[in-house]
Write a protein that binds this ligand. Structure first.
Ligand SMILES: [Zn+2]
Length: 211
């Protein structure tokens, strides 16, 4: 029986799963989303291998920080260990979005970080988005190596696979994913127009790093 107290968070995760399809961040059953359950050591995550438009809020799975299922009638996302490794390393992260959008992935295949083409992306990511070299992504080891690459940034590209973003809430983590894909698309187009690009760094924005 799904704990009714967890329904608002489950609906929020489902909402952003559906938005990820609408915005072209995911296709089929790609991607996954999780969020810490406030006041607990538990994480709610999307189930494995269910299409988002067939997913219900009550299909969400709750796991502890070791990945053991606390409640839920499905298996958690196959990348739950990456999410948990990230929560351990980033206490500031309250939510995680993994998606597999086309243009950010093109940068991953090229092994080229997504430079600061747009101010919107840089505000959310806090810098150019680095590339985590390809590895199978279903282990804590992958998650820890990915966190080394991501550092204090809020986004990273997994080469030949997708992107992962973190945020102080799910809405912000999702907006970061949208901003990364949008900036990647613009950067790709700008590179086709000119090799002399106008790029931004987070430091030159002069923002407080606590933003
Ligand atoms: Zn994936």
């Amino acid at each position: 029986m799904f704990n009714r107290a967890h329904l608002p968070l489950a609906f929020e995760i489902l909402y952003y799963c559906q938005k990820s399809m609408e915005y072209g961040l995911n296709f089929n059953t790609q991607g996954n989303i999780s969020a810490r359950i406030p006041g607990t050591d538990l994480v709610m995550v999307t189930p494995s291998d269910i299409e988002y438009d067939r997913m219900s809020a009550t299909d969400m799975v709750i796991v502890d920080m070791d990945g053991a299922v606390h409640s839920g009638s499905h298996a958690p996302s196959s990348e739950i260990d990456v999410h948990l490794a990230t929560y351990e390393r980033r206490p500031d992260a309250q939510a995680i979005v993994h998606a597999e959008p086309v243009f950010a992935n093109a940068f991953g295949v090229a092994g080229t970080p997504i430079a600061g083409s747009m101010v919107n992306m840089i505000i959310y990511t806090k810098g150019e988005v680095p590339i985590m070299p390809f590895q199978q992504s279903n282990s804590r080891e992958f998650g820890e190596a990915m966190c080394d690459v991501m550092g204090d940034l809020n986004a990273v590209v997994w080469a030949n696979h997708g992107i992962l973003t973190v945020g102080p809430d799910l809405r912000t983590a999702f907006k970061t994913a949208v901003a990364v894909e949008s900036a990647a698309k613009i950067l790709w187009a700008a590179k086709a127009i000119s090799s002399d690009l106008s790029l931004l760094s987070y430091d030159e924005l002069g923002l407080d790093h606590a933003l």
